[in-house]
Design a protein around this ligand. Structure first.
Ligand code: PGA
Length: 250
């Protein structure tokens, strides 16, 4: 059985007091949670240490939104994989479309980041997805294929099994324009087929594939009902404890 997961990507939002409040609200709500999905929150770097103390001994895990492509040294402003693990981070988002777009992160950089994360016992949530023009020109399948081929498909089978894949169509992120359940299912099934062809059927069956992009309480359950959608990577709706908890329950 593959792990279901709901991960909240807080992006560049919340001051530390706001983040503490949000985390505490979520901890309280999670006391009523009966499901078996893994819950992850990925706050800004500055809040990781403090939030770890709030979610410690709960079922919520800590994630980071990014990491450096080098292990250590003269890289002013960067945060390394070992720093993240040293404060209790378990997951790290890699290759988010905002990082690819605004910080020019290439496949080479993303491969370095993934390897460093794995060497430091961080589980990558590796993001892929097409933009609007690729979707409109029927290039969405080829786009995600290339994104996998040039990065995580270079990993060994044992390494790949540590990964979570997040399919996030760029045209759906923060736009309020969600993929239909059918579109999500089609892409998730396609990604699983690629994993099967590259590794094995067992690896494909066991890989958690999240959907991301304008997932809200009102559309989450239809998306999560799809057989190949194992949960969500949630942006905007993860900033309100009520909404995030409603998505978790979906
Ligand atoms: P959104 O973001 O839910 O606000 O669309 C999703 C993401 O970027 O991971």
């Amino acid at each position: 059985m593959r792990q279901k997961m709901i991960a909240g990507n807080w992006k560049m939002n919340t001051t530390l007091p706001e983040a503490e409040k949000l985390a505490k609200e979520l901890v309280n709500k999670m006391a009523e949670y009966k499901g078996d999905a893994k819950i992850v929150i990925a706050p800004p770097f500055t809040h990781l240490t403090k939030l770890k103390t709030i979610i410690d001994h709960t079922t919520i895990s800590l994630g980071a939104q990014n990491l450096a492509w080098e292990a250590s040294g003269a890289y002013t402003g960067e945060i390394s994989a070992s720093m993240l693990s040293s404060v209790g981070t378990e997951y790290v988002i890699i290759g988010h479309s905002e990082r690819r777009q605004f910080f020019n992160e290439s496949n080479v950089t993303l491969s370095h980041k993934t390897t460093l994360a794995l060497h430091n016992n961080l589980k990558p949530i590796f993001c892929i997805g097409e933009n609007l023009s690729q979707r409109e020109s029927d290039q969405h399948r080829e786009t995600v294929h290339q994104q996998l081929e040039k990065t995580v498909f270079e990993l060994s089978e044992a390494q790949f099994q540590q990964l979570i894949i997040a399919y996030e169509p760029v045209w759906a992120i923060g736009t309020g324009k969600v993929a239909t359940p059918e579109q999500a299912q089609e892409m998730h099934a396609y990604i699983r087929k690629l994993i099967k062809e590259h590794y094995t059927e067992k690896v494909a069956d066991e890989t958690t594939i999240l959907y991301g992009g304008s997932c809200k309480p009102g559309n989450a359950s239809d998306l999560f009902k799809q057989p190949d959608v194992d949960g969500g990577l949630i942006g905007g709706a993860s900033l309100k404890a009520d909404d995030f908890f409603a998505i978790i329950n979906a």
